[in-house]
Design a binder for this molecule. Structure first.
Ligand code: ZN
Ligand code: MN
Length: 476
């Protein structure tokens, strides 16, 4: 039978605001258990929440970047449940008036190069994270450090039909959140987590019953969990069984998903408007200001780099792989006025040095002035490519001053005709056998002679002039 997989995604992104959503506690990851807490986020009776304005701003940045409609009159609701990791026993979230609605994100999957698919985003709402349960021998302990860390829940429509599409979407979403500077997207620390709702149906037929897999936190686990769950449902249905609507836990070590609890519907949460927080009015001026400050998204940068700067597609992809890399590229390109040469520098020597030194893209600090100077020196033929490469390394590794380094090492390119002619004559005098071979047609010898002249000039000779001079003297 011909089965189709239908999936929707709920992504939780922890926002990188300094403080929590309703109190002044730090959002920093880790820390000694229960040290990032106060009476508000530990749910003491009688305390009142105070909304962190930055959380709303971050939500608006994401919503505008994903082409959402903004709910200008927006409010919070209480989602009630009994979970030991949330001491208030309810989560402040948004049900009736989520801050953003009806957005979209365009993806491209490997299977369909150049073919784009638009994933509709149903809504984005703000809410608070829960704490952590630490299960041990003596029982279960509670760490409330994460309670009240702000979350955005980004809910898609059921527009996905393969694991590849899901992963392409998550990668694009991750790129977007990183460029917007709203989330560090460290999946291993849980700052980006995805829940997958999955059902199967006969091609074109009615939607099947879905299951939900929660808190998947690596792309690999997501891909495996989807494959497994789709196969499980198909097998069940083909045997005449029924899929039960439930939440399932993916066990990545065992490679299986296990039923956890049957899925509550929204009414089971007994949502009601949060009485401790006033509704918000989002002003038009604020939206205009936020929109004006949105960074250029990565995919538009890629287009601009190829279209306006003449870079290749692979250069553009590499340069936008992290916003810090593209920022450095743009700074050097602007200072030097040489985008092509800068792209070559960044994707070549700099990337090699980044890899050799195990530097994370976000930790890369580069003195753009020094590199712009170096580019000027090589493009105006003050130094040759060998000297350029050597100086790049000295600047990158030891923060050398390029001009001082070049002077000290005698790397200024020798373009002086008389000095080059003299060196060529000396090399030819010393190598009569090579000249004879060259004249017999062994062209390889030319490279050897070039090398000898370059060595005589301390590696700093102008290769074009050496070549010309050597040719002239050999052909005499
Ligand atoms: Zn607190
Ligand atoms: Mn949620």
């Amino acid at each position: 039978m011909n089965w189709e997989i239908v999936m929707g995604l709920e992504v939780h992104a922890e926002l990188s605001t300094k403080s929590k959503i309703f109190c002044g506690c730090t959002t920093e990851f880790g820390g000694e258990p229960n040290t990032h807490v106060c009476p508000v986020c530990s749910g003491m009776p009688g305390t009142l929440p105070r909304l962190n304005r930055s959380v709303v701003e971050y939500a608006l940045r994401v919503g505008l970047a994903l082409d959402c409609e903004i709910t200008r009159h927006c409010k919070f609701d209480r989602k009630n449940y009994f979970y030991p990791d949330l001491p208030k026993a309810y989560q402040v979230s948004q049900l009736y008036a989520p801050i953003c609605r009806d957005g979209k994100l365009e993806i491209e999957t490997d299977g369909t190069v150049g073919k784009k698919k638009t994933i509709a985003i149903r809504e984005i709402h703000m809410e608070e994270d829960a704490g952590k349960l630490v299960h041990g021998k003596g029982g279960t302990l509670m760490d409330f450090n994460r309670c009240g860390v702000p979350l955005l829940e980004i809910v898609s429509q059921p527009d996905f039909s393969s694991a590849d599409e899901v992963i392409a979407y998550l990668e694009k979403l991750r790129e977007t959140l990183l460029y917007l500077d709203v989330c560090d997207c460290k999946m291993q620390e849980g700052s980006l987590r995805a829940d997958v709702n999955l059902s199967v149906r006969q091609a074109g037929g009615e939607l099947g019953v879905r299951t939900e897999m929660k808190n998947l936190n690596s792309f690999k686990a997501i891909g495996r969990a989807i494959e497994y769950e789709a196969a499980r449902q198909i097998k069940l249905l083909e045997k005449g069984g029924r899929v039960v609507q439930e939440t399932r836990r993916w066990d990545d070590d065992e490679g299986v998903s296990l039923g956890m609890r049957s899925k509550e519907d929204a009414q089971d949460y007994r949502y009601f408007p949060e009485p401790d927080l006033l509704p918000m009015e989002i002003s038009g001026e604020w939206l205009v200001e936020i929109r004006g400050n949105l960074p250029e998204p990565a995919h538009m940068k890629r287009e601009r780099y190829t279209r306006d700067l003449g870079l290749t597609g692979s250069e553009a992809s590499l340069l936008t792989s992290h916003k810090n890399i593209s920022a450095i590229f743009e700074a050097i390109a602007e200072r030097s006025g040489e985008p092509t040469e800068t792209a070559r520098l960044m994707t070549g020597e700099i990337m090699r040095l980044v890899n050799d030194t195990n530097t994370l893209p976000e930790d890369l600090h580069i003195d753009e002035r020094k590199f712009a100077t170096l580019i000027a020196l090589v493009t105006t033929e003050k130094i040759n490519r060998n000297a350029y490469k050597e100086t790049i390394e000295a600047v990158f590794l030891h923060d050398a001053d390029p001009e001082a380094y070049i002077a000290e090492k005698g790397l200024m390119m020798v373009s002086d005709d008389s000095a080059i002619t003299r060196a060529v004559a000396e090399v030819l005098d010393a190598n009569p056998a090579a000249i004879a071979e060259y004249r017999e047609g062994k062209e390889k010898v030319f490279g050897f002679l070039m090398g000898q002249v370059m060595r005589k000039l301390g590696g700093a000779g102008n290769p074009d002039i050496i070549k010309k001079s050597l040719k002239e003297m050999l052909d005499e």
